[in-house]
Design a protein around this ligand. Sequence first.
Ligand code: MN
Ligand code: MN
Length: 321
Amino acid sequence: MFWTGELIARTAPVRGRAVPPPPWLSPLFGKASAAYLGLAIGDALGATVEFLTPNEIRHQHGVHRDITGGGWLRLKAGQVTDDTTMSLALGDAILARGCVEALAAAKAFDAWMRARPVDIGNTVRRNLITFRGSGNPEAPPSEHDAGNGAAMRVLPVALACYGQAEDKTIAASRAQAHVTHHNPHSDAACETLILMVQDFLAGRDAREVKEQRAEALVRQHPVFAFDKKRRDHPSGYVVETMQAVLQALFETNSFEECLIDVVNRGGDADTTGAIAGMLAGARYGLDAIPKRWLKSIDQGIHQACTRQAADLIALTRVNKP
Ligand code: MN
Ligand code: MN
């Protein structure tokens, strides 16, 4: 526990002074854990329809809206995939070091790969195998490594760096991302997602976040434009992933609507689901997450997400000046 001493100090009766609530009752922790649970829920929900087209989904499921498992990975209901488990591996490494560090992240991802995850991206596998040989935690820059594999696992960085200066946060983002994806489009997506999560945690309005983060991304990298054609069947290319996620996030008005919208587009649906779930969780908070989804997530994953959310947010209090 990071805050035991502080908690005792805070809950000890102090005459004439209001006692602030313990950290796990604070709105910030509520939103941080909603972001983490949203990531896991979107992953588990989307995995059922990963690689299907919207038409195939319609024929097989009508509207896909429940966590039922199955899919090409033949998952149990509530089971998650690499999007969630790589995030948890990264979060553990950050907590063990007290900060975001490339070598610690690379070792954690390598250990994760050795434990035979249910799925793994090609770029992740290739660059982790290179790391095993070289010991260098930074993959060589590559214009081809623009998949969504680094963007799907940014959440622990967003939480650990909450309240820190933007340039430090961006350096931390690149340290974790470049272990497997050293690419300017991947970087731009990772950084935008982290800053969006942090904005929502701070209670900023969705319209502001859209203008100052999502539209700023498009101004810098026009390929990310998401106001043109509806992005159905998004591939693992980070640009298509971001387009589907941003459309679903900004064209709906609840956590549930956002996730149902994004996963029914099919394609890389566990990853769009995970990223949209993270953003929508931070935006709408714990109370907005449907109980049927919270209940169906694997218990161990549920606990790990909640605990990491608390510990990573506590880390920001330690690191803050
Ligand atoms: Mn996955
Ligand atoms: Mn995927």
